[in-house]
Write a protein that binds this ligand. Structure first.
Ligand SMILES: Nc1ncnc2c1ncn2[C@@H]1O[C@H](COP(=O)(O)OP(=O)(O)OP(=O)(O)O)[C@@H](O)[C@H]1O
Ligand SMILES: [Mg+2]
Length: 323
C-alpha cells in the first residue's frame, strides 16, 4: 500500500485564507483519501453549499449523502452541517433530550444557540466532527476511514477548533465538561491535522504563517501547506531578464507574425510583469519553507473546476503523499 504523510490522521481540517481554494482542496483531498476502497466523509460547516457546487450535485441536506464512488470501490460522502439540527442531535446524543427540541425551538433557544451565541454554534460543529471520527472506535456499522472538514478561514480556525477549551474553563465538572475535554483530546491528538491552503501571494502567505503560529500556540496539530493555483513559469528557469526588442523582433518575424514597435513594447511589458510575479512567488515560497511543514502544490486549472479537474487534483495530492 502506498505510504502517505498522514498515516494516523482521521480528521483532516482544511483552512486557509478566504477564496484560496479551501472547499476545492478539501474535496480533492477527500477524493484522494478514498483510495483502496476507503470511505471518506467531507463536511462543510459554513452553510454555503460549496460541496454541492464542487461535486456538481443538488444541495446537501443535513444527512450524510454519497457523492461519488471512485475506482477501487472507495466512496466520498458529503455532509453540510446545519447548526440547528446539530443542536438537536446533540441534545439527543448527550442528554437524551431530542423531544425537548420542540420546546426549545418555541422558546427561541435554538435560534439563540445557532445565531446569537456563535461560540456554542462552534461547539456543536466541532462536536459533530469529532463524533464522526469516534464512530470508528465504537464499531459503528458505517464508520468512515477519514473525515475532511472544510473549515472556517485561517483568521477564525484556531478559535473555532479551540472553542471547547473555553467551555472547559466555564464548566468545571459534569457531562458538558467531559464532552468538551473529549472533543479537545481528539482535536489535539495525532488523529487530527490542520492543513492550510494558500496561494503564492504576500497576504495569503502571511495569513498562513500567522495561522501556523496560532495553531501551534493552542497546541493544535499543524498539518501540511497546500499551495493552490500555481501557474507554470513561461520563461526558462533562471531567466530573469526582459528580452531585448531585437530578440523579440527576430522571434516574431521567425514565427511569421507581425512585428511593430507597439507590439514589441507590449510584449516587453508582459515579460516584465511575469518576471516580477515569478520572483515574488519564489520569495513567498521561501517564507513558507521556513515553516518546515510538508508542502503540496496544485496548478491553476485554466478551464475552471469540474469533477474531472477535481479528480486530477486528487491524483496530484496522492502522488505528493498527502493521501
Ligand atoms: N486550482 C484551481 N484552479 C482553478 N480554479 C480554482 C482552483 N482552486 C480553486 N479554484 C476556483 O476558485 C474559486 C474559489 O475556490 P474555493 O471555493 O474552493 O475557495 P474557498 O477558499 O473555499 O472560498 P471561501 O473562502 O469563499 O469558502 C472557485 O471558483 C474554485 O472553482
Ligand atoms: Mg469554501
Amino acid at each position: 500500500m502506498p505510504t502517505t504523510d498522514w498515516p494516523d490522521v482521521q480528521l483532516h481540517v482544511v483552512s486557509g485564507k478566504g477564496g484560496t481554494g479551501k472547499t476545492t482542496v478539501a474535496s480533492a483531498l477527500a477524493l484522494a483519501l478514498a483510495r483502496d476502497g476507503r470511505r471518506v466523509l467531507v463536511m462543510e460547516v459554513e452553510g454555503r453549499q460549496g460541496l454541492s457546487q464542487v461535486f456538481e450535485c443538488p444541495p446537501l441536506p443535513y444527512a450524510e449523502r454519497r457523492l461519488v464512488t471512485v475506482s477501487g470501490g472507495g466512496e466520498v460522502w458529503g455532509l453540510a452541517i446545519d447548526p440547528e439540527e446539530a443542536l438537536l442531535d446533540y441534545l439527543e446524543l448527550f442528554y437524551n433530550l431530542r423531544r425537548a427540541g420542540g420546546v426549545l425551538r418555541k422558546m427561541g433557544a435554538v435560534e439563540f444557540v445557532t445565531t446569537i451565541a456563535p461560540g456554542l454554534r462552534d461547539v456543536l460543529l466541532t462536536g459533530k466532527a469529532v463524533e464522526l471520527v469516534r464512530r470508528s472506535d465504537k464499531k459503528h456499522n458505517t464508520p468512515y476511514d477519514a473525515i475532511v472538514l472544510d473549515a472556517p478561514p485561517t483568521g477564525r480556525v484556531t478559535r473555532f477548533l479551540n472553542v471547547n477549551t473555553e467551555i472547559a474553563g466555564v464548566a468545571k465538572v459534569g457531562p458538558i465538561r467531559q464532552q468538551a475535554d473529549g472533543v479537545m483530546a481528539v482535536l489535539r491528538s495525532s488523529r487530527t491535522a490542520v492543513h492550510l491552503v494558500t496561494i503564492l501571494e504576500e497576504m495569503p502567505v502571511q495569513e498562513t504563517i500567522d495561522g501556523v503560529a496560532e495553531l501551534h500556540d493552542s497546541a493544535l496539530p499543524v498539518g501540511g501547506i497546500v499551495i493552490n493555483m500555481m501557474r507554470p513559469p513561461l520563461l526558462p528557469a533562471g531567466n530573469c531578464e526582459v528580452p531585448a526588442g531585437a530578440q523579440l523582433d527576430a522571434g516574431l518575424t521567425a514565427a511569421g507574425l507581425t512585428s511593430t514597435a507597439p507590439i514589441i513594447e507590449a510584449l516587453r511589458g508582459e515579460a516584465a510583469d511575469h518576471i516580477a510575479r515569478v520572483t515574488l512567488e519564489a520569495t513567498e515560497r521561501e517564507r513558507l519553507a521556513v515553516l518546515d511543514r510538508p508542502m503540496y502544490e496544485l496548478p491553476y486549472l485554466p478551464g475552471g473546476m469540474d469533477l474531472t479537474g477535481l479528480q486530477e487534483m486528487a491524483g496530484m495530492l496522492r502522488n505528493q503523499g498527502m493521501a
